[in-house]
Design a binder for this molecule. Structure first.
Ligand SMILES: *Cc1c(COP(=O)(O)O)cnc(C)c1O
Length: 407
């Protein structure tokens, strides 16, 4: 595939990345999503939108986030050098705010009054509530009752930020039901509101918009890395839930002689219900309005998924990743809970950076690869900080005294 014309060729106007993507929606909602796409195509090119988003990134989010050379960690592993793109230092502690601020600014330009979304672990809800507060927009977050009970701190954050958290009580009372509930609310109010998806998934144009808003990560990192070292990294890697932090990072390196690897969660192992590795074990199908690799049963229902990192337990992956894999540009591999937790403790102890358990998957992969490579460099997207995971980690794994390198 020719990547010099990639951004002109993909997605197609109807939202396809090869055979993946599209817009699978009830007819009533197709008009609403088309309206968002048309508005985005015009607005994203306007000088005013671009300069306002740049100013927000600098003054509110604290961008650019640095690239950091993990000297001690690299030295423990051999001669290959590991670098982190520090999205954990982005305002609110993760990359998610990059697309939420973009979606919020788009809503403002479209004259919408309300942002609607669902949330599972609450990370997307908190980032969107932050954007809504910044822009003075209403915010309605649908969340399963089970998740509300599990994620009390994030629920509190959303409420303090002024969002309305709607408890979803039907079915299993988790993410799937929250998606249905949020869609219904949007159907009732799309003239005044906009639906904000939390990753490079969902119907067109969201995989495109979210990737564009996240591409600031890769564009900054590429420039920073070249300035630091004079070269491109040999390998670029990131963890994949829906795939937004990875897509933003990878998109900036597609046309470079760089190996790109996405890391999925292998959880407890390859049995159904023990992982969320959609590339490794999924099949082609439709989920939440788009076509991609999905973990599904024979009748097309999503399978149960699990990962120690709640931000990674999604039974699908963005359609652009599916294209990147099938054309051979990006490789996908998986890391289990154990290795991710080990990387969580080692990055904390040897570098003074406590990563999100999601990001720890990519860091674990880089550590494994560094041992095999003996030389060269790996640039890892550290998608978020681990403060949110500390209570859970301590309760289940202690303080990590045994996660040390032998001296
Ligand atoms: C939500 C989240 C992820 C997973 O989402 P992607 O869309 O795959 O990036 C990864 N890391 C952190 C810190 C998250 O909060």
């Amino acid at each position: 595939m020719d990547f010099s014309t990639y951004f002109r060729d993909y997605p197609t106007p109807d939202g396809y990345y090869g055979e993946f993507g599209g817009m699978f929606l009830p007819p009533e909602l197709q008009t609403a999503f088309k309206e968002i796409y048309d508005a985005y195509l015009t607005i994203c090119k306007s000088a005013q939108f671009i300069s306002e988003l740049r100013r927000i990134r600098r003054e509110f989010q604290g961008r650019p986030t640095p690239v950091y050379h993990c000297q001690r960690l690299s030295q423990k592993l051999g001669n290959c050098q590991i670098y982190l793109k520090r999205e954990d230092l982005n305002h609110t502690g993760a990359h998610k705010l990059n697309h939420c601020m973009g979606e919020g600014l788009l809503a403002k330009y479209m004259g919408k009054k309300k942002l609607i979304a669902e949330t599972g672990a609450g990370q997307h809800g908190v980032a969107l509530a932050t954007a809504a507060a910044y822009f003075g927009l209403e915010c309605e977050i649908h969340m399963g009752e089970v998740d509300i009970a599990k994620q009390a701190p994030n629920v509190a954050r959303m409420k303090v930020l002024g969002a309305k958290v709607i408890p979803v009580t039907r079915g299993l009372k988790t993410l799937k039901e929250a998606v249905d509930s949020a869609f219904e609310s949007y159907l009732d109010s799309y003239k005044d509101s906009i639906y904000c998806i939390g990753s490079v998934v969902g119907p067109h144009p969201f995989p495109l918009m979210v990737r564009d808003f996240q591409m600031v990560v890769g564009v900054e990192a590429r420039e920073q890395f070249m300035e630091m070292t004079g070269f491109l990294p040999d390998v670029v890697t990131a963890c994949c839930g829906g795939g937004s932090n990875a897509a933003g990072m990878f998109a900036a390196f597609l046309n470079d002689p760089v190996r790109i690897i996405g890391v999925e969660p292998l959880g407890r192992g390859p049995k159904i219900g023990d992982h969320a590795a959609s590339m490794a074990y999924g099949t082609k199908g439709v989920l939440h309005g788009f076509e991609s690799y999905i973990l599904q049963d024979e009748s097309g229902n999503p399978q149960p998924v699990y990962s120690v990192a709640s931000g990674l337990d999604y039974p699908g992956i963005g359609p652009e990743h599916a294209l990147w894999r099938d054309c051979g540009r990006v490789e996908y591999d998986a890391i289990g809970d154990k290795e991710a937790v080990d990387a969580f403790f080692k990055l904390s102890r040897y570098e003074g950076i406590i990563p999100a358990l999601e990001s720890a998957h990519a860091i674990a992969y880089a550590m494994k690869l560094a041992k095999e490579m003996h030389s060269g460099s790996i640039l890892v997207n550290c998608s978020g900080r681990g403060d949110k995971d500390l209570d859970y980690v301590i309760e289940n794994f202690g303080f990590g005294e045994d996660h040390r390198f032998e001296d």
